[in-house]
Design a protein around this ligand. Structure first.
Ligand SMILES: [Zn+2]
Length: 361
């Protein structure tokens, strides 16, 4: 007998800094970005009305209809102005603009990525406090080491029953952030694997009903996950009890893999940002990765049942879901199918009124 179903939405990088921050009514002071943003507004007058809801376009109802929404927050949220030195891109948004996440009812933000320390350790601390004060769960960074490595704890409720969801987060770059104790850095060495196993399998009064690992990994612009990434993903499932791996960083979609009835999304792609478009990797195309989880038989814990893929496109600092007759929908469909096939996973396609892509587990 099947039990209660919940919908969880996952998206990749949400980069609300730089030009997006400048378009919002309150923003950090940066003359260069302000001039750049003004140039766009002159050409696209609708940007004059840019507000907290604007980055999400027509995807807002998808988030509002889900039980939980998970993102990677690919920017710091701080007014602190001292940059981490020798970085090519340093992103920040004004803490006021965390309201954008509230508009989409984002429940969880990963803070382990290559931008939350862009305005130094003070900037990271302000980011942590900003996210916390907004009532959004987070993992991957914190005010101290203990907070950076511990999971975010969320819950799903159905009538009188409550299920717990634990989300861990870590990043494999930049290497020099490994020395920042309140940032959860990982590498692919055996010692790190053992540390993760100890962390994720530590005895708890009540083990979670669902365990998620949200990870910023791999190089930009690489279609397939490396062997060390695949191996770590399998290890997290085999040895650490992880049910869903929420991978991001590549800037474009990568394949998905069903491994031992667990789900690995290697690269969600960039969900919203202000980046220039790479014509080969199409970093403007991404998706809402909607995962259905269901109570296990016997009522102990939750099981991943299905992944649905809702393709999306960023245009003029806003993300919108793609219609199935759009040529870019077809690009996402074909690319995802090919990349997932290489990982041994078939994407099911339903064309017609109920047009969608899905993977059943
Ligand atoms: Zn990144």
């Amino acid at each position: 007998m099947s039990g209660t179903r919940f919908q969880l939405n996952f998206v990749g990088d949400v980069m609300l800094g730089r030009l997006i921050d400048q378009l919002l009514p309150v923003h950090v002071h940066c003359q260069e970005d302000a001039i750049h943003a003004k140039h766009f507004v002159a050409g696209i007058p609708s940007l004059l009305d840019y507000n907290f809801k604007s980055p999400w376009g027509n995807t807002v109802p998808v988030f509002h209809s889900a039980n939980l929404n998970f993102i990677n927050l690919e920017t710091s949220a701080t007014t602190h102005a001292v940059k981490w030195p020798h970085k090519v891109f340093n992103y920040r948004m004004h803490p006021t603009n965390i309201q954008c996440l509230k508009e989409a009812r984002i429940n969880y933000a990963s803070l382990a990525n290559n931008h939350t320390l862009d305005f130094s350790e003070e900037g990271l601390l302000e980011t942590v406090r900003t996210v916390r004060n907004a009532g959004i769960s987070f993992a991957g960074a914190g005010e101290d080491r203990e907070e950076a490595v511990r999971p975010a704890i969320l819950s799903l409720q159905d009538n009188d029953k409550e299920y717990s969801v634990h989300v861990y987060s870590a990043s494999d770059h930049p290497g020099e952030w490994a020395r920042v104790p309140n940032f959860h850095f990982i590498d692919y060495l055996p010692a790190t694997r053992h540390r993760l196993k100890t962390l994720l399998m530590s005895p708890q009064a009540k083990p979670p009903d669902l365990k998620i690992f949200s990870v910023h990994w791999g190089p930009n612009y690489s279609w397939s996950p490396s062997e060390e990434i695949r191996s770590l993903a399998h290890y997290l499932i085999d040895e650490c009890g992880v049910d869903i791996i929420h991978g991001h960083s590549s800037h474009h979609i990568q394949g998905v893999e069903v491994y031992k009835q667990k789900l690995i999304i290697y690269g969600c792609g960039d969900f919203v940002d202000d980046y220039a478009i790479d014509k080969t990797y199409r970093n403007d195309l991404s998706a809402v990765w909607r995962v259905a989880v269901e109570e296990k038989e016997g009522g102990h814990g939750l099981k991943v049942r299905e992944l649905e893929v809702l393709p999306s496109r960023i245009s003029h600092f806003q993300t919108n879901l793609l219609q199935d007759h759009d040529v870019d929908y077809d690009w996402v469909r074909k690319t995802l199918r090919k990349l997932s096939e290489q990982l041994g996973t078939d994407i099911e396609e339903k064309i017609g009124k109920e047009s969608r892509m899905s993977v059943k587990l």
